[in-house]
Design a protein around this ligand. Structure first.
Ligand code: SF4
Length: 419
């Protein structure tokens, strides 16, 4: 029996405003408050000038040490657990396959993206190294310690990929080069490939070229917003932030030229006010250019300018996840799909039996990102619970089991066919 929701069926509301998707009108960020002068640019951390001593675990009750890249980097809690520098367990994940290294400075990121826990407007409330980002803390450690641990036996490392995450800071371009050099001096990038999560605002084509020459494998641009309007509202003038859609695309095009097909991509956050059709048109555009898209489900990050807004309803998210997988890995085109008057997917453009197979395989619902060593369509960057709590998983950091596929089907409102 099939009960794929027909076009005319009313949808259940799952946001406070009564929509089953996050609309543009709903997803309006708060305006940033001005920061008192004495708290700007990491002034308290620099004034206290506490010397760092090894690993630093975010703790707002003690003075934050003065740590700077390239000597210090931050990493996700999952990466720190996998590396063995932090004790802890993750729900149904023994490790993460991606070591994401985030550049760190007392001044922090100078941008103000509305959905981001690292944004500049938080200066008054929390030192940079203590800020939550994609729902978790980011411990800091000396880069040399991180490299020492992985270099002991890189081939046997649980990490399938390393990623340098740039931020908006005047030293970010140069320090990304330094981190990459220090890494590749000790670890063969063919053993653990390196991705760059770039910051286009401060970069030139020459920077992109240099990172490629130094052995970076994949270059990604965090567009995050699916349309220029949402970009400007959440990352540009709308929140006193320096980013521009056109500059992001310039660097993305440079990455396409320099890194080549399948070696560049863009991040898209789903549920910030774009329609499903707009998100998937962008996914198609990236595929047509020869790249990939990496999806994130919008989650109201605590302390961000969008922390009062609803997470993306699961049916919206699952439709975009599934459709994006079909476009990225199964050769289906957005033009083959059908959308309703609000831009929601109502037909994925392939026969039902094929769609059932893709859903049952479950890979479409795993975290998307740069590939690891298992398969081209399985991301090394699994970001455990970076866009949802474990109780209601958006991006699965592991292979979903039969029960979870059943739940995904209910979220999609595509119930399994009975033969
Ligand atoms: S540039 Fe990146 S790190 Fe900085 S506020 Fe924006 S999303 Fe966050």
């Amino acid at each position: 029996m099939s009960c794929h929701r027909p076009e005319s069926t009313a949808v259940a509301s799952s946001t406070p405003a009564g929509h089953d998707h996050n609309t543009l009108a709903l997803m309006q960020p708060r305006a940033p408050e001005p920061t008192p002068k004495a708290l700007r640019n990491g002034a308290p951390v620099k004034a206290n000038n506490v010397a760092p001593q090894g690993v630093y675990l975010p703790n707002y009750n003690i003075l934050t040490p003065h740590m700077r890249s390239p000597d210090y980097v931050q990493m996700s809690t999952a990466a720190a657990i996998t590396l063995g520098i932090v004790q802890g367990k993750m729900y149904r994940c023994s490790c993460t396959r991606c070591l994401n290294l985030l550049l760190t400075y007392p001044e922090g990121c100078r941008a103000n993206c509305a959905y981001c826990g690292l944004a500049r407007h938080r200066e008054a409330e929390r030192d940079y190294a203590d800020r939550n980002f994609i729902r978790v803390d980011w411990p800091a450690a000396p880069l040399d310690i991180v490299i020492d641990i992985v270099a002991r036996d890189a081939a046997a490392s649980p990490f399938h990929r390393m990623c340098i995450s740039m931020i908006t800071h005047p030293r970010s371009d140069g320090d990304t080069v330094s981190v990459l050099k220090r890494w590749t001096d000790r670890i063969d990038p063919s053993t653990i490939p390196v991705s760059i999560l770039s910051n286009p605002t401060t970069m030139t084509r020459g920077d992109v070229q240099r990172l490629h020459e130094l052995g970076a494998d994949i270059f990604t641009v965090a567009l995050d917003a699916a349309t220029p309007e949402i970009f400007d509202r959440t990352r540009g003038k709308g929140v006193q932030s320096p980013h521009a859609w056109s500059k992001y695309w310039d660097i993305l095009m440079d990455a396409r030229d320099v890194f080549g097909p399948q070696k560049f991509g863009a991040h898209i956050i789903v549920g910030m006010g774009e329609t499903e059709h707009q998100a998937l048109t962008l996914v198609q555009r990236l595929v047509d250019l020869g790249g990939h898209s990496h999806l994130f489900c919008f989650f109201p990050e605590k302390g961000s300018l969008m922390d009062h807004l609803p997470a993306t309803p699961r049916d919206q998210w699952r439709r975009v996840q599934l459709a994006r997988y079909l476009i990225d890995y199964r050769g289906v085109r957005v033009e083959q799909m059908r959308f309703d008057g609000e831009g929601r997917v109502i037909d994925f453009g392939i026969p039902r039996s094929e769609l059932d197979q893709v859903i049952d395989a479950g890979v479409a619902f795993r975290t998307s990102g740069c590939p690891g060593k298992f398969a081209e369509d399985v991301s090394a960057c699994d970001r455990p619970y970076g866009d949802s709590p474990p109780s209601n998983i958006a991006s699965f950091p592991f292979q979903p089991n039969k029960t979870e596929i059943g739940k995904i089907r209910r979220q999609l409102r595509i119930v399994e066919r009975r033969h």
